[in-house]
Each structure stands twice: as C-alpha cells, then as structure tokens.
Design a protein around this ligand. Structure first.
Ligand code: ATP
Ligand code: MG
Length: 363
C-alpha cells in the first residue's frame, strides 16, 4: 500500500480490511487479510470450522483488535476503537433473547441503551416488528415463539437502530431445513429493502450462494477467493474452492501445445482444445469440471464406461471410467433413459471445453 489512507480510494466501501493479521498468543487466526465490502451489499464469509469467520466479524465489530493492519468502516479508520463506539447490529452464532422481556421489550432494548426518546422507541419497534411480520407477537415472551419467530426477533433487535453494518454469525444454524430456507429469503429481502451492508457468516455453501452479492471462501485464516456467487462457483481458482462449493471433478492432464487461443491438452488419451488456460507445453495441469456440465452423446469421440448409477430423484449421478481416469457426471433426470445407462454401458461424453478451469494451487 502506497497511499496514506487506503480507505480514501474506496468511497463506496463500507467495511475494509487492509492486511489485517490476528494472533491469539502465537496462533495465527487470520493471515494478512484484505477485505472490501461495498455499501448496501450482502457479503458472505464461507469456510469450514476454525477458518476465522467469527474472528473476522469480531474484528469488524471491535470485540477484537488486529495484531497488525487496519480496519475501516465507511472510510474511517476504526482500528483501536472499541465496540461500543461502533454502530453495528449483530446476531450471534448462538443468539439469545432476554427471556424475561417481551418481544417488543427485547427489540427496544438497544434503543433504550442509546437513550432514544420513548415515543421514538415505540414507533421504531412497531415498524421493525411489522418488517419481520411479528407485529401481532409484540407482547409475547420468547418461550411462546417458534425457533424461526425467535430468529426474527433477534434480527429485528439487530436492525432497529439502523446500524451502519449488520453482522450475522451463522444466524440460521439452529433451524431445520425448511425454516432455514425460508429465513434465507426473508433476511435477503429485508437486507435489500433496508439497503444495509451485511456480513453473513456461514459454513453452508448453498446458503452463501443463495443469499449473497459476494462470497469470500476462507481456509486456515486466509481468503482463498472472493467474488460473485456465480464467479466463484464457475471459475474456482483452487481445488479447495472447487470442492467446497459443491462437487467437482479434479482432472489431471498434460499440456501438448497451443493452437490459436486454445491450449491443447491430453486428458486420458483424448486431445482437447481448451480456451482460457495458460500453461507450458509439457507441463501437467489440474482442471476442475463440474459434473453437471457433462452430457451424454453417443457420437462423441470421448468414450467412457459407466461404473455406477446413483438415482437421486431430480438427477442421476454417474460414476464413469475414461481410459482409467475416474470422472463423475450428474444428469437431470429428464434426460436419462434408465434402460440404456447401467453399469458396464459404453457412453460418449461431451462438455463445453470452456467449462474446464485450470487450478492454481492444491487444496
Ligand atoms: N479467544 C480466542 N483465543 C484463542 N484462540 C482463538 C480465540 N478465538 C478464536 N480462536 C482460534 O482462532 C481460529 C479461528 O476461530 P473462529 O472462531 O474465527 O473460527 P470460525 O471460522 O468462526 O469457526 P466455526 O465455524 O467453528 O464457528 C480457531 O483456530 C480458534 O480456535
Ligand atoms: Mg464461528
């Protein structure tokens, strides 16, 4: 960084980390993290347990301070400023409502702490409870609500004082699948309606893809890749990103040369022309290919043998062998002729070569 205040160049960014490192004693929880979260967007931090998601949120909130590096909120360097002087709303990994307070009192709590006038509190609480469709439940106690309703109270409590940033740490992990999917949509709609910059932590890849404008995939205290959901799903840069976000074939090939814009590779004895790959002739490359990009075409020169057929309702998963190389395909069931594809069947495989993505680094 050469500029004196790097945040100045990012007027629209609401949360910015510049080479933030966080150590607990000698253990490094975050390695030199750079983050740039645009105003009004929902940004997901996605990664396995222990990768540093909660630590990142706590640094934004000010519950933790960086060992080195800087945190900016709305262009202002807040490094060293404690949590109570920052304006954020948070729903914690294990959210807890006050059991002895009603829904309305739970939501009003943060406003009272901020010294907001009584009449204003009443208006704001009523408005936000309507927003999360809990207007009728204002006088109930948390124990009289379902899990999803309690979740919405926690959300209302976090947004009622119009925070600069909303921080959500796995807020849906306690809910069953149906409710969880419903709440994903509700949180997303609320976030868009309020235009609130939101950082959402999850270890569920589908949740991250469904809800976010941008996703950062984290591993071992580092961001492996950040981008729009489609970008990181379709163009993963590492094996970890490719396999953490759904299933992917990781294929080894050798580079034979170049022809125009294409790199010619040898994949299990098939010569393929692949665009968008930079690799030296004679080198080995590792390529990611999503199983759903593969289709069956009897006339394709790429031949394989079916090893196993797994019926999955909407789709069928095929384990295939291509000259000794294992490869998986997922076919929508509208296309499968059950009688013609069975273990031992010879098949021709086809995919758009542009769907093959060269990987930089091993997992
Ligand atoms: N207060 C602390 N003292 C020491 N080590 C800590 C502390 N907080 C977190 N860590 C360590 O830092 C690393 C990152 O932890 P963090 O809570 O950020 O992970 P996470 O990605 O949120 O994981 P999970 O999905 O399990 O919630 C872990 O190795 C953890 O043990
Ligand atoms: Mg966590």
């Amino acid at each position: 960084m050469t500029t004196e205040n790097p945040a100045r160049d990012h007027k629209t960014s609401d949360v910015r980390f510049v080479t933030v490192e966080k150590k607990f004693d000698t253990a490094v929880a975050l390695h030199s993290l750079d983050l740039d979260i645009e105003r009004g967007t929902l940004f997901a931090l996605l990664g396995p347990s222990g990768c540093g998601k909660t630590t990142t949120l706590r640094l934004i909130a000010g519950f933790e301070q960086p060992t080195s590096g800087h945190v900016y909120i709305r262009g202002k360097d807040v490094t060293g400023i404690p949590a109570y002087k920052r304006n954020f709303g948070m729903v914690f990994q294990s959210f807890a409502l006050f059991p002895h307070l009603t829904v309305a009192e739970n939501v009003a709590f943060g406003l009272q702490m901020r010294g907001v006038a009584k009449d204003d509190i009443r208006t704001k609480v009523a408005a936000v409870l309507d927003l999360v469709a809990l207007g009728k439940f204002a006088q109930r106690y948390p124990r009289q609500l379902s899990g999803g309703q309690q979740q919405r109270v926690a959300l209302a409590r976090a947004v009622v004082f119009e925070p600069d940033v909303l921080l959500l740490d796995e807020p849906l992990s306690a809910l069953d699948k149906m409710l969880r999917e419903q709440m994903q949509v509700e949180i997303r709609q609320l976030q868009k309606r309020l235009g609130m910059t939101t950082v959402f932590v999850t270890h569920d890849q589908e949740e991250a893809l469904t809800m976010s404008d941008r996703v950062a995939v984290m591993k071992d205290g580092r961001i492996q890749q950040a981008g729009a959901p489609r970008e990181i799903y379709d163009r993963p840069q590492t094996e970890f990103v490719a396999t953490f976000l759904g299933a992917s074939n990781i294929l080894q090939a050798s580079v034979r040369g170049r022809e125009g814009d294409n790199t010619v590779i040898d994949l299990a004895g098939n010569l393929l022309h692949v665009p968008g790959i930079e690799a030296e002739t004679g080198s080995a490359v590792r390529l990611a290919l999503r199983p759903e990009k593969i289709t069956l075409r009897p006339d394709s020169p790429m031949k394989a043998t079916v090893k196993e057929v797994i019926y999955r309702g909407a789709q069928t998963l095929l384990y295939l062998d291509m000259n000794g190389m294992a490869i998986n395909a997922v076919l929508p069931n509208s296309d499968v002729q059950p009688a013609s594809v069975e273990p031992g069947s010879p098949v021709g495989l086809h995919w758009e070569k542009a769907n093959m993505v060269a990987l930089d680094r091993p997992a």
